[in-house]
Every structure is written in structure tokens, then in C-alpha cells.
Design a protein around this ligand. Sequence first.
Ligand code: SF4
Length: 91
Amino acid sequence: MVRENCWEYMGCGREAGGDRVHEFGVCPAYNIDKYNGFNAGRNGGRYCWMVEGTLCQNTIQGNWAQKMRHCLTKCEFFKHVQAQQGGSLKY
Ligand code: SF4
């Protein structure tokens, strides 16, 4: 079972075929297959806080250390995944 991915939840339009891909290209969270299945997501779609260079907030984000504070304390999608995954959440 694949659960809702960040691009679906956030409606960012930065997934392949999305309406904002022309701005910065496809977000790496959509393409990074080494995280496929993590937290029941497709690629980095439910593990995006660990993906470098994602495109949230309309900017090219940095690495995990640079993103972590925002993702883990302010991102509504992270809180959504955390609530759904409970004790099996992969950080
Ligand atoms: S990490 Fe952010 S910009 Fe990238 S696909 Fe997910 S919600 Fe969209």
C-alpha cells in the first residue's frame, strides 16, 4: 500500500508532469528511488525531509542539516506522516 506522497498532499506541482516543473524541474523527492517504500511512500514522497535539494517553499532547499529544523518543526506534511506512521515512522 502506497500512502499519500508530499506532492499530492502539498499540491506543489513539482512532481513529473506537475504544473510548476517549468520553474526548477522535477523535485528530487519524486525521483529518488533509494527511498522507495519508506513510510509507505513512492521514492522520497514520504521521506522528503532527508532528500537534498527539494523544492519546497519555492526555493531549492539544502541538505538534511539545513532543512531539518523547518521540516521537523514546521512542515504540516511531516506531522501528517508522523501521525499516520506512529511508532514505525522512519526519520
Ligand atoms: S519535497 Fe516539497 S517541493 Fe518536493 S515534491 Fe515534496 S512537497 Fe513538492
